[in-house]
Write a protein that binds this ligand. Structure first.
Ligand code: 13P
Ligand code: SF4
Length: 305
């Protein structure tokens, strides 16, 4: 028997009520998941929502570190990740063991860790940051030396904004943003000379240099709504275009590359969301000793934004 999307969505909405669940989705999620969600946002907003929701169940349509962060902040809730294997390759480029070893080499450095990291890595960090607040977080620290983990490109962008610190960058990166080349942006700028260029700070420095604005995913959506922005070259994962176009149907959004796709983000489906709500699995948790250490780094960030 073929069950239509509308049938599946009705079942999800009914179960969501019964379970007192909330569906949170990242800006890169497939269009039908964004349309189904109670809230769509960037990593910072999703953490804030997870911390403040009064739902009993959080269905996290995103990747593993995002669901972990939700659990760190709301351990009394059931946090579900509809596809258990939806990870972030950048988050896996640093382990707690390797970070502990590096900290021994740099005993005076404050460890600033991008939210795209595992709970075990956050537990070894002084403070977290997201793409929405990284320069602000670093500028707020009294420390002169910074170990920035794991995104070297975001770290280099922060260094350009807060140059008075001494930086060591972990050699991690997002494969999706790393794959975006300056030539692609230059080509589109020639084709659409009036378009604004917005770039995610996970991009390479030579791509960031071409930006009119460097913004988090939700920052890009807010910028897209400005009255004087009518045409935009969007230099990040293509899933975000759905939200921009939906919120600004009269404007033109040009994706930098059709290949800028995060496949783990796209592994969440309507069927999997329904299965999660039916079975209350796959659940994401964090061992309590790690959670208690990690929440310090996350809350220090939330306190300053
Ligand atoms: P944002 O916090 O800007 O949404 O970025 C998250 C992410 O994974 C970007 O690749
Ligand atoms: Fe990770 Fe990059 Fe996917 Fe964001 S786009 S979740 S950083 S792999």
């Amino acid at each position: 028997m073929v069950v239509s999307n509308a049938g599946l969505i009705n079942k999800i909405l009914k179960l969501k009520k019964e379970r007192n669940a909330v569906i949170l989705a990242h800006n890169y999620q497939p269009a039908e998941i964004q349309d189904l969600a109670d809230f769509v946002g960037d990593s910072l907003e999703l953490s804030q929502k997870a911390a403040s929701t009064c739902a009993d169940v959080i269905v996290f349509c995103g990747v593993h570190f995002m669901a972990e962060t939700a659990y760190i902040l709301s351990p009394d809730k059931k946090v579900l990740l509809p596809e258990a294997s939806a990870g972030c390759p950048m988050a896996d480029m640093v382990t707690a063991e390797k970070l502990i070893a590096k900290k021994k080499e740099l005993p005076d450095a404050a460890v600033v860790t991008y939210i795209n990291s595992t709970a075990a890595v956050k537990a070894e960090s002084d403070i977290c940051c997201t793409s929405a607040n990284a320069p602000k977080v670093v500028a707020s620290l009294p420390d002169e030396e910074i170990l920035f983990v794991p995104d070297m490109y975001l770290g280099q962008y922060v260094a350009s904004q807060v140059p008075e610190k001494k930086y060591t960058f972990w050699p991690g990166y997002c494969p999706v943003h790393e794959g975006i080349k300056a030539e692609s942006v230059l080509k589109l700028k020639k084709e659409y000379p009036a378009a604004k260029v917005v770039v995610h700070p996970e991009c390479r420095p030579e791509v960031i240099e071409l930006a009119d604005e460097v913004l988090s995913t939700s920052g890009m959506c807010r910028y897209a709504a400005l009255p004087d922005v009518t045409q935009m070259i969007v230099v990040t994962e293509t899933g975000i275009i759905h939200r921009m176009q939906k919120e600004n149907p009269q404007k033109q959004f040009i994706p930098v590359s059709k290949n800028a796709i995060c496949h783990t983000m796209k592994s969440i489906t309507i069927e999997k969301v329904l299965h999660s709500l039916e079975t209350l699995t796959p659940e994401v948790t964090v061992p309590e000793d790690i959670r208690l250490k990690a929440i310090g780094a996350v809350n220090r960030m939330l306190d300053i934004v």
